[in-house]
Ligand binder design. Structure first.
Ligand SMILES: Nc1nc2c(ncn2[C@@H]2O[C@H](COP(=O)(O)OP(=O)(O)OP(=O)(O)O)[C@@H](O)[C@H]2O)c(=O)[nH]1
Ligand SMILES: [Mg+2]
Length: 357
């Protein structure tokens, strides 16, 4: 399951977006900066809808994304203190482009480019603090007891320190696999994939939806980040309308896809995530794994028993399933493949696991 953290400066629309994405009405309790506000977003997946139509299962279970929202006044420090942020797979940085004068801006003016840059600087500074503290300790330890593992850690941390001091986020370093592994435990914020969510003014629709007009593009390429546009407040209002009114209103504004759709799709693209499906009379269900995941690890996403007792995976590509309408028909027509542990799962695969308990 993808875990994402909604971060940003005060009053940029994080809670509004959180409500839009998780379909909830609550927000974080502002008085408790030590806890994250956590919710679950269901991943929109039209292919799952098609499978449900064909299979008519008792249950339709979408993939989910766990969303943690930061309280604006918690500051970047709270990102280091709270596990839900430290452990996030991706950061969704909400920046304000909406101009509404009734909502005061903490920096005095609406400037998404400045905000994106400032946040990036804060992430870099936070990481620099972590790296320096660890390097200090390593120095002392190495004086007492020379150790190759510690020395390797020191080397890679020094490389990080140099990058951070030059204002380069760690996600832009190309480190080899052992170095990446050594760094994993630090959960550096600037190493996390970053999606800037540009909270647009209504008047910017629909052209702003691509996310990065103007100077924001430069900030994004410096950061190695992507952007997507939303109009959180209006989209939340639309989400509360009945279907007919919602589609009429959306069409007026040029919104062809919901904000949730766009953000999730952009996050999946950014992270290289794909979907696979399990189908049966009980339930049809979508799952998310990073591209390149092998069948046995994908099984572990469903249940550890499936991974441990893995025998084989029966795989049907999505388009074949749609053409033939059922797993049995796919088997009859020779469209079902038997794959082993090392099979690399493809986007849209329908998988039935055979396993021993
Ligand atoms: N006009 C307009 N107002 C918005 C938009 N998004 C959010 N707002 C308003 O801005 C104010 C702050 O929104 P929140 O979603 O609470 O922002 P936040 O980032 O969670 O704020 P903190 O948690 O206090 O940092 C609210 O009054 C929202 O209604 C938008 O797209 N357009
Ligand atoms: Mg909030």
């Amino acid at each position: 399951m993808l875990r994402a953290a909604l971060i940003g400066f005060p009053s940029v629309g994080k809670t509004t977006l959180f409500q839009l994405m998780t379909n909830s009405a609550d927000g974080p309790d502002g008085s408790r900066r030590t806890e994250a506000h956590v919710g679950v977003a269901r991943v929109p997946e039209p292919r799952l809808d098609r499978l449900v139509e064909l299979v008519q299962p008792k249950k339709r279970v979408p993939a989910t994304v766990e969303l943690a929202e930061m309280a604006g006044h918690g500051g970047t420090r709270s990102l280091l203190d709270i596990a839900a942020f430290r452990e996030a797979d991706a950061l969704l940085h909400v920046v304000r482009s909406f101009r509404d004068e009734r909502v005061p801006h903490t920096s005095g003016s609406v400037d998404p480019e400045r905000d994106a840059r400032t946040m990036e600087e804060e992430l870099i500074l936070a990481d620099l603090g972590v790296a320096e503290r660890r390097l200090g300790r390593l120095d002392q330890d190495l004086k007492k007891r020379p150790d190759d593992g510690l020395r390797a850690e020191q080397a890679v941390l020094r490389e990080c320190q140099a990058a951070l001091e030059a204002g380069i986020p760690l996600r832009r370093l190309s480190l080899d696999a052992p170095a990446t592994k050594r760094l994993r435990g630090f959960q550096f914020l600037s190493a996390k994939p970053l999606l800037v969510v540009n909270n647009l003014d209504e008047a910017d629709l629909p052209d702003g939806l691509a996310g990065a007009a103007s100077g924001l593009q430069t900030v994004l390429s410096d950061a190695g980040a992507q952007a997507v546009g939303v109009c959180a407040k209006i989209e939340l209002e639309i989400a509360q309308l009945d279907e007919e009114a919602a589609s009429a209103f959306s069409a007026d504004l040029g919104l062809t896809e919901s904000g949730l759709d766009r953000i999730i799709r952009a996050s999946y693209e950014l992270l290289g995530y794909i979907s696979f499906f399990t189908v049966g009379e009980q339930e049809c269900r979508a799952w998310t794994v990073p591209r390149g995941t092998v069948a046995q690890d994908a099984a572990g996403e469903i249940h550890t028993d499936l991974s441990r007792g893995f025998i084989r995976a029966e795989v049907v590509p999505y388009t074949d399933f749609i053409e033939h309408g059922s797993l049995a028909a796919c088997r009859e027509h020779g469209r079902m493949r038997l794959e082993g542990k090392e099979y690399v799962v493809r986007d849209g695969d329908i998988i039935t696991y055979r396993f021993a308990t």
